[in-house]
Write a protein that binds this ligand. Structure first.
Ligand code: DC
Length: 233
């Protein structure tokens, strides 16, 4: 079974995806972590990417750079959750900082980057028992996914949740920075040319503004059992 969970930034996609993966013993892949890892590499190595202001980015040949970027997920034995590795190093913490968050939407709009990540994501599906979250999973990566969920929540709730998540991780930010970052990423992600964020026609909408984590997980589990009933399995 392939479950695709898409939606806006910081609306709790990964929390729900991880819980569903654990309950149903499926693998979990955080596709946003892959775009974040590429962004971290671009920043570290001075690869140009700000299309609007940086003319060199238009003519840049990204293929050789992407050939030097190896992204994989390895299970953390203590948590049982897959963590992202960039060229052999665990970068889970580094990819969540504000510099990466502020630039990831520019990097993830680059055609060659998307092409490479989508290919990798499809390879990672292997025999197809997984939950993947992101922005284009139900529309582009797995258009035939068994179940598609599209998540959203109010900007206030998303800001509040992300702020507390980062503060708990020891990352210093203000609510204002978070709010601005969410708004600009929502805008960039929904307006880019290639695979913009949108709800797939056959995705189920989950607005979790007033829902607890457990209620959201139950919502998805109910959707799975309805699906199984309709397929008679
Ligand atoms: O899920 P996240 O917030 O960690 O994702 C970071 C960024 O990566 C997001 O702003 C847009 C991009 N992204 C994407 O373009 N396609 C995906 N499938 C996942 C993320």
């Amino acid at each position: 079974m392939i479950i695709a969970i898409d939606g806006y930034s910081s609306c709790g996609k990964s929390t729900v995806a991880k819980a569903i993966a654990k309950r149903l013993k499926l693998s979990y892949i955080d596709s946003g972590a892959m775009y974040r890892a590429v962004t971290y590499y671009f920043l570290k190595h001075g690869v140009p990417f700000k299309q609007a202001s940086d003319q060199t980015a238009f003519a840049y040949d990204y293929k050789p750079v992407l050939n030097n970027i190896h992204i994989e997920f390895r299970i953390n034995d203590a948590s049982g959750i897959a963590e992202v590795y960039l060229n052999g190093a665990n970068v889970e913490k580094e990819i969540r900082n504000m510099e990466v968050s502020d630039n990831v939407s520019h990097v993830s709009a680059i055609h060659e980057v998307r092409q490479r990540m989508v290919w990798l994501q499809q390879q990672m599906a292997g025999k197809g028992n997984l939950v993947m979250d992101g922005r284009d999973i139900g529309t582009t990566v797995f258009p035939n996914a068994d179940l598609k969920i599209f998540m959203t929540a109010s900007p206030e709730v998303r800001t509040y949740r992300r702020y507390h998540e980062l503060i708990e991780k020891g990352i210093k930010v203000t609510p204002d920075e978070i709010r601005k970052n969410l708004e600009s990423r929502d805008y960039e992600d929904t307006h880019r040319e290639e695979s913009p964020l949108r709800k797939a026609d056959d995705a189920i909408l989950l607005d979790n503004t007033f829902m607890t984590r457990d209620e959201q997980v139950q919502f998805v589990l109910d959707a799975i059992s309805n699906l199984k009933k309709s397929l008679n399995v």
